[in-house]
Design a protein around this ligand. Structure first.
Ligand code: 5GP
Length: 192
């Protein structure tokens, strides 16, 4: 049986990674697809596991060769979902998580209307800024650009099937795990 395609989106600094990591540890059928990106690796990030790190030239070749299910420019870098990884995992019956920004989420929904859409956000934009500042991996310019994007992204949250507000980290992790369990078991109402 084909697995489900699950899109997790929401502003940078919302804590998507933490919630997804918690769910991956609890639900073995879930798989997170490593995105291709032209963004340089952050300390600790491993090529092929966290992302596939490409030069802009290589990324553009992937676009031309039709290797990406969707792609978008975000904060000056290109990000895209490798088509082959998604198809292989779904065919293996895994439930596939795409951790992508809004334009990509919309593109997936258009191509795959059966995809389940989850929006993750911090309790407020002030909190989003605080989290991005404390991450200390962003330059001032990148931080401001991510904040401007966050405002637009939050305005689109009603396009999603579910929203998880990440205030208390443990509580939000539990909410996310419970929601994903329901989705993979086909017990959620929205996902047919
Ligand atoms: P970051 O640089 O923080 O890893 O990612 C920046 C933004 O790009 C995040 O909102 C993340 O969800 C998004 N992103 C990561 N991979 C992809 C992808 O493959 N496609 C799209 N459209 N967005 C992605």
């Amino acid at each position: 049986m084909q697995g489900k395609l699950i899109v997790v989106s929401g502003p940078s600094g919302a804590g998507k990674d933490t919630l997804i990591k918690a769910a991956l540890a609890e639900i073995p059928s879930l798989a997170l697809v490593a995105s291709a990106t032209t963004r340089p690796p952050r300390p600790g990030e491993v090529d092929g596991r966290d992302h596939v790190f490409l030069s802009r030239e290589e990324f553009e070749r992937w676009i031309r060769e039709g290797k990406l299910l969707e792609w978008a420019e975000y904060s000056g870098n290109l990000y895209g979902t490798p088509k082959e990884s998604v198809e292989r995992l779904l065919a293996e019956g895994r439930n596939v998580i795409l951790r992508i920004e809004l334009q990509g989420a919309r593109a997936i929904k258009k191509k795959r209307p059966d995809a389940v859409m989850i929006f993750v956000r911090a309790p407020s934009l002030e909190e989003t800024r605080r989290r991005l500042e404390s991450r200390a991996t962003e330059t001032r310019e990148s931080l401001e650009s991510r904040m401007a994007t966050a405002v637009k992204e939050v305005a689109a949250r009603e396009e999603f099937d579910y929203e998880v507000v990440n205030g208390d980290r443990e509580q939000a992790s539990e909410t996310m795990i419970e929601l994903l369990r329901k989705i993979v078991e086909g017990e959620d109402e929205d996902a047919g």
